[in-house]
Design a protein around this ligand. Structure first.
Ligand code: THU
Length: 161
């Protein structure tokens, strides 16, 4: 018998003032993106901001639909927009946050499995870890050093013939 390992080590910033400037900037762009969500049904507004290796930031927000499954999360909206505009530029960091209009979100928003899988694809494509910053409206901010830590041992292109 032997152990398989997980890479994970998550940094937790208890105070916003502890955030490095570049992270704080990206997070505020994600916050701004959340205000542009079309969250007509859930009223849960999510924003994502992706910093690319070329310094460009591409943002996205959740876009809902009366046919619920047709909607898309903020993270995938941002990732697909970034990859459509700059297909050859790796993702350096993604910051994700959300606004709960009922009561302020006091813990970091958690990306869904589909978004993790989509982000992992770009991590694999460019063979470069994507840093993930997760935040709520208040409370701590989490910093993961790669998407793989959020979805260990998932399916990827390497399994395909
Ligand atoms: N949502 C996101 O956009 N990203 C997340 O990380 C969590 C959930 C959206 C999907 C839907 O529009 C709303 O939040 C409620 O699930």
């Amino acid at each position: 018998m032997k152990n398989l390992t997980l890479k994970s080590e998550v940094l937790v910033y208890e105070e916003r003032s502890e955030l490095p400037e570049e992270m704080a900037n990206l997070l505020s762009q994600a916050e701004e993106a959340a205000t542009r969500a079309y969250a007509h049904y859930s009223h849960f507004q999510v924003g994502a901001a992706i910093l690319l290796n070329n310094g460009v930031v591409v943002t996205g927000s959740n876009q809902e639909n009366a046919v619920y499954p047709c909607g898309l999360c903020a993270e995938r909206t941002a990732a697909f927009a970034a990859s459509s505009r700059f297909p050859e530029v790796p993702f350096h960091t993604i910051a994700i946050t959300a606004v709960n209009p009922v009561e302020p979100l006091s813990k970091p928003v958690s990306p869904c499995g589909s978004c993790r899988q989509v982000l992992f694809e770009y991590e694999q494509k460019f063979n470069q870890p994507i840093e993930v910053i997760l935040s709520g409206q208040t409370g701590p901010v989490y910093r993961f050093s790669c998407v793989e830590d959020l979805l260990p041992y998932t399916f990827h292109a390497g399994f395909l013939p």
